[in-house]
Design a protein around this ligand. Structure first.
Ligand SMILES: Nc1ncnc2c1ncn2[C@@H]1O[C@H](COP(=O)(O)OP(=O)(O)OP(=O)(O)O)[C@@H](O)[C@H]1O
Ligand SMILES: [Mg+2]
Length: 237
């Protein structure tokens, strides 16, 4: 479904992504982990067209998308959440999701249809009862669900979640894990960036590890957590 080949991204003299290659197959939940600053969010930014690649290629559903802008990537069925959630705070929760739909692949005939679709997405993430409240009234956790809802409004086939469990408490994390499972069961392929190793090993079949912009390891959860190079990267030795 997604093929990333030799992808690099430079910020001035800093190589934030260094010749990274991996593949994601339809139906998978793939975890993308790595220490702070290892290039996880940059990978999402380049794959989804929010930032141009310095070199390398991204193919999605058999089509080269490397140089497409973000809205065209979204239209082809790839959506992402942002690590820093920033809803339009004066708009209602529902309207935030409607705004997400506008850039989605679905061609929406009317405002009414967009709203009913957005409402459906809010039900999926358990926010329907907050639909008409301004987004600024939402709690931190609810804003995270809204961020997921906005991405879902694009009707993605591939969803990239950037640390959406960060800041959740011990009782909220299982809900987030359950949501990932439910979305995947509904047919959405998922790449998930997360620091909470337990959560990621519970959700992901396969894990890719980045370190200093380069791919350090790839394998099942058991394989990567026992990999000495991965342990060294996390402990900084
Ligand atoms: N827009 C940018 N301009 C300049 N440097 C950037 C930019 N975005 C990221 N970087 C740098 O690129 C490197 C990788 O950052 P990135 O945000 O991708 O890491 P990350 O793995 O997502 O880290 P975290 O776990 O802290 O979210 C870091 O050194 C960061 O400072
Ligand atoms: Mg990040």
């Amino acid at each position: 479904m997604l093929q990333v080949t030799g992808l690099s991204k430079d910020f001035g003299g800093l190589r934030a992504l260094d010749d990274v290659s991996f593949e994601v197959y339809e139906g998978e939940v793939v975890g993308l982990i790595g220490p702070n600053g290892s290039g996880k969010s940059t990978a999402f930014n380049v794959i989804t067209g929010f930032l141009p690649a310095t070199s390398g290629a991204v193919r999605f559903l058999g089509e080269e998308i490397t140089h497409l802008p973000a809205h065209q990537v979204a239209r082809r069925g790839m959506a992402r959440t942002f690590q820093l959630v920033r809803p339009f705070s004066h708009l209602s929760t529902l309207d935030n999701v409607v705004a997400g739909c506008l850039f989605g692949k679905a061609q929406i005939a009317s405002r009414k249809e967009a709203e009913s679709r957005a409402f459906g997405v809010l039900e999926q993430v358990g926010l329907a009862d907050k639909a008409y409240e301004p987004a600024r009234a939402l709690t931190v956790v609810e804003r995270k669900w809204l961020e997921v809802a906005r991405a879902l409004a694009c009707e993605p086939r591939l969803l990239l979640l950037d640390e959406f469990m960060a800041g959740l408490n011990a009782s909220e994390i299982p809900q987030a894990v359950e949501l990932v499972g439910r979305l995947n069961a509904s047919g959405i392929t998922i790449i998930i960036v997360e620091h909470i190793i337990k959560a990621i090993t519970r959700t992901s079949g396969r894990i890719i590890v980045l370190n200093a912009g380069a791919k350090l390891a790839e394998g099942t959860a058991e394989e990567v957590v026992e990999n000495p190079a991965v342990i060294a990267a996390y402990l900084g030795t």
